[in-house]
Design a protein around this ligand. Structure first.
Ligand code: SF4
Ligand code: SF4
Length: 199
């Protein structure tokens, strides 16, 4: 008899605990409904890529010396450097340069090792095409100025977490003039109190 009563008591306690748990869970769920969604509403809102973002490669034809270092350091020897030896000047003359972005892995090795800085990474990440052959960019396509999220009037640019002011977690509603957390090296150097500490 007592065993049965204990079972009933345990069951009621567990049922009450379960109901409490469900109520707490629902309270958290309903509380989240009141908060602003963290969704970035692409394509009307876009995150600004970080300063080291490895997007589409930009190429400057005039600076290239056709050394082919970019080809050698590329994991798949991807850049195609088409040059001829100019017998008069005894210098290499670049005829064409191309990178097939359908094959590129955007590692940035070519940009890192180019001795004349004629390669650079842009913040362009919207490279989708219907025909993969159109992803093979020649030197004209590679030299095109990159699109920028911040220059597009139809887009609301939003900052990534690392670029938000101190304490901010949501990029929505952050004023443009608000600086990212932390100080720049030049601010630290020009700060008299920091200089005094240093002395
Ligand atoms: S490394 Fe730079 S300079 Fe040399 S071939 Fe490649 S793009 Fe041209
Ligand atoms: S980003 Fe990497 S994979 Fe693409 S061309 Fe440069 S070195 Fe090659």
């Amino acid at each position: 008899m007592f065993g049965f009563l204990k079972q009933v008591g345990d069951y009621s306690r567990e049922a009450a605990a379960a109901a409490r748990g469900i109520t707490q869970g629902l309270a958290v769920t309903f509380d989240h409904m009141r908060r602003r969604p963290v969704t970035v509403q692409y394509p009307y809102e876009k995150l600004i890529p970080s300063e080291r973002y490895r997007g589409r490669i930009h190429f400057e034809f005039d600076k290239c010396i056709a050394c082919e270092v970019c080809v050698r350091v590329c994991p798949i020897n991807l850049p195609v450097v088409d040059w001829v030896m100019n017998k008069e000047t005894r210098k290499k003359q670049l005829k064409n340069y191309s990178i097939d972005f359908g094959v590129c892995i955007f590692c940035g090795n070519c940009v890192e090792y180019c001795p004349t800085n004629c390669l650079s990474m842009t913040e362009e990440y919207e490279l989708a095409a219907f025909d993969r052959h159109s992803l093979n960019f020649d030197n004209v396509a590679l030299g095109r100025l990159p699109t920028s999220v911040t220059m597009d009037p139809s887009v609301q640019p939003l900052r990534e977490l690392a670029y938000l002011p101190k304490g901010a977690m949501d990029p929505h509603g952050v004023p443009d003039e608000a600086r990212r957390a932390g100080r720049l090296p030049q601010d630290v150097v020009t700060d008299p109190s920091a200089t005094r500490q240093h002395q």
